[in-house]
Design a protein around this ligand. Structure first.
Ligand code: URA
Length: 240
């Protein structure tokens, strides 16, 4: 790989900015200053430093964010804050969210630059489970469990794929329920539309797992961490 491409990929600057940086002698290869941008490097074995700081090459980056309400899953937005604003100090170039959560939905969001992992997790044919915890207006019962398992007409061309509804709590006094719903697709507003079709409304929604990755209890709302190599492999193979 060319030295200037490596530095640009690492987020040091644009291709023309890194050319200037190299020209000024701010880059070293294996301890020796290099001033020509087209020098070929081996990104996996050569030690490249910028202003004395060693740069470690990573082709792909993977983050787990505990998304708070009030942030949109978009790279830029004129009206709202984006989830990328929460990745403070990180190089954002090339990153995207694996699927989207609504502005008022909280919980597990994977952010990466790895398109194949995203495909692996989102393609409806892969049937990867996404589990949501929700508070709803209305009393969920066995007929709703059966309806979710059969598939629900939410106004699309086809009913939803079979989903698993688990009723955690019901409160007859307030006419509310707490549930967990596991779906294998990611249709627009899917969970809210499924409950709407069942005559109830979602008042709070949080994604708690995707494939075998669970939302980290230790990760406060609005915080992020890198996924571990083990978690990435597990998401690829979708085995627990
Ligand atoms: N279903 C919804 O309705 N909203 C989300 O954010 C995710 C799933």
């Amino acid at each position: 790989m060319r030295l200037d491409k490596f530095l640009a990929d690492m987020g040091i600057g644009t291709r023309s900015q890194v050319k200037q940086i190299i020209k000024k002698g701010q880059v070293q290869i294996n301890g020796t200053r290099c001033t020509s941008a087209d020098t070929k490097i081996d990104e996996n074995n050569d030690e490249i430093s910028y202003n004395g700081k060693l740069l470690t090459y990573e082709k792909n980056r993977y983050y787990l964010l505990n998304k708070p309400a009030g942030y949109v899953c978009a790279n830029s937005d004129k009206l709202h804050k984006t989830v990328f604003e929460l990745l403070k100090g990180e190089q954002l170039k090339g990153l995207f969210t694996v699927g989207r959560l609504d502005i008022d939905t909280e919980g597990l969001l994977i952010i990466t630059n790895d398109g194949s992992l995203s495909h692996e997790l989102l393609s409806p044919s892969k049937h990867v489970n996404k589990t949501y915890y929700a508070k709803i207006n209305g009393i969920a019962n066995e007929s709703h469990v059966e309806a979710c398992a059969k598939g629900i007409d939410i106004g699309d061309d086809t009913p939803t794929q079979s989903a698993s509804l688990v009723i955690r709590k019901t409160n007859a006094q307030n006419n509310t329920s707490e549930i967990e719903l596991t779906i294998t697709e990611g249709r627009y507003h899917q969970v809210k539309r499924m409950f709407h079709a069942l005559g109830m409304e979602v008042t709070y929604l949080k994604r708690i797992s995707m494939g075998n990755l669970k939302l980290d209890d230790k990760l406060p709302l609005g915080s992020f961490r890198r996924l571990t190599a083990g978690e990435i492999n597990m998401l690829y193979s979708n085995k627990s």
